[in-house]
Design a protein around this ligand. Structure first.
Ligand SMILES: Cc1cc2nc3c(=O)[nH]c(=O)nc-3n(C[C@H](O)[C@H](O)[C@H](O)COP(=O)(O)OP(=O)(O)OC[C@H]3O[C@@H](n4cnc5c(N)ncnc54)[C@H](O)[C@@H]3O)c2cc1C
Length: 383
């Protein structure tokens, strides 16, 4: 699948599957299995996979455009997609000894029948996902893990979970290892409901691992090498993907606001809101300027990821921090411009506004990113 084909497929799924049901799924907090089926049938679940696993071998550019396209219709579904792509990328980067056990799973992903996700954040270390408090314990030819993972997108719907735990002999707080846990592993359970302010349809519920046994061949990193994999494999794509979700939300807010300004009327003046009030036109223009600014920032990050250089990690961090703020700012302006119509839920603007608040609290949070960026500028160690 070429870049253009992938984008066309994402647009088709957005208009046929996501847009008609996003509002209802948000209201009911319902995970869209139809969205996953459509993404699977289209081949988009295997976007990053090489052809040998039935994938398209696409890179960060196609991933970002597809994710933004999905998010413009339904940010919950886009976040599910993003977490799946991160799970896939981590499997692809796994140590050679896992290749044989992972091959059938990767082929299932390529065939569109397997959804993956990440389970890093723990109740004990909260947003500091790089420091799990759970520990893997050696158990015959593998490990046994007990953990409380506090938010796991697609919990109970994914077929596999990339989980972190302190390595059996790990000494420091970042001496972690990554494992692949398949959903039917004994001791794995969804430990509560998901009832969030936003992204209500992405099943980001807590999960419990109670003595889950993971065989050695599903250990994705060497012992203690989970932390570098989080930083080098997961973080760049996660920051790009969350920025793409923010971009989709901003675009939807601009489009929804423009539609409202054209259709809502002051009948006593014989004009639409947009015709009547220059202040609303100016705020819409600011939203568009900010949205295009975010788009340019994402393009810059893509270029950095395609051709890494010294400032690339800084750009990774900056882009997620900026995108989180931008999504909140643009959707907040949309709420104000659309007035009571937005507040009383006649429009989908309030869903965008609620969804937009997730990016900044997803780890690394906006505050932590600023900490990292500030320390990096001063030449201080980040951890
Ligand atoms: C919709 C959604 C989906 C999610 N999906 C997943 C998933 O699939 N997998 C997964 O592993 N996790 C997931 N998470 C978890 C997420 O990544 C964070 O771990 C979680 O949101 C942190 O919330 P908390 O209350 O524990 O934050 P806390 O750690 O309690 O933070 C509270 C406040 O302190 C600030 N803070 C914390 N540390 C610092 C610091 N060092 N410097 C300055 N300020 C700091 C934070 O910015 C925040 O404002 C998801 C979260 C949400 C909301």
């Amino acid at each position: 699948m070429t870049h253009d084909e992938a984008v066309l497929k994402a647009q088709e799924i957005a208009s046929r599957v996501l847009t008609p049901s996003a509002g209802q799924n948000d209201k009911a907090g319902r995970f869209s299995t139809e969205a996953i089926e459509a993404l699977g049938e289209s081949g988009l679940l295997g976007l990053l996979l090489p052809a040998e696993f039935g994938g398209s071998g696409a890179g960060p550019r196609t991933f970002a455009v597809v994710t933004a396209t999905l998010a413009e219709a339904d940010a919950s579904a886009a976040m599910v997609y993003l977490m799946h792509i991160l799970g896939t990328a981590t499997m692809l980067a796994a140590r050679p000894s896992a290749a044989r056990a992972l091959a059938p799973i990767l082929r299932e992903i390529g065939a569109g029948r397997h959804l993956s996700t990440l389970a890093f954040s723990e109740a004990g270390s909260r947003s500091h996902f790089w420091a799990p408090v759970s520990r893997a314990h050696r158990n015959g030819n593998g490990v046994r893990i007990s953990a409380r993972k506090s938010w796991v997108t697609s919990a109970g719907h994914a077929q596999s979970y990339v989980v972190s735990a302190l390595a059996p002999e790990g000494v420091g707080p970042t001496d972690s290892t990554l494992y692949l846990l398949v959903a039917e592993t004994g001791g794995f359970s969804v430990a509560g409901p998901w009832d969030g302010l936003g992204l209500r349809a992405n099943a980001s519920a807590p999960v419990a691992l109670d003595g889950c046994e993971v065989a050695m061949d599903l250990q994705l990193t060497d012992d203690g090498a989970g932390f570098p994999a989080m930083l080098n494999v997961v973080l760049p794509l996660f920051c790009l993907g969350t920025a793409a979700v923010a971009l989709g939300l901003c675009r939807a807010a601009v489009a929804g606001t423009a539609t409202h300004l054209k259709s809502a009327r002051f009948e006593h003046l014989g004009q639409s809101l947009g015709e009547s009030l220059p202040t609303l036109r100016a705020q819409l223009a600011t939203m568009q300027i900010d949205t295009d600014g975010l788009s340019a920032r994402i393009d810059d990050l893509i270029e950095h990821l395609e051709t890494p250089r010294e400032a690339t990690m800084l750009r990774v961090l900056e882009t997620k921090a900026a995108a989180g703020e931008m999504a909140i700012s643009v959707t907040s302006t949309a709420m104000r411009v659309c007035g009571g119509a937005a507040f009383s839920k006649h429009l989908s603007i309030e869903r965008l506004f609620r969804d937009a608040h997730a990016g900044a609290v997803m780890a690394p949070t906006g505050d932590v990113l600023r900490e990292f960026i500030g320390k990096s500028l001063l030449g201080m160690p980040l951890f």
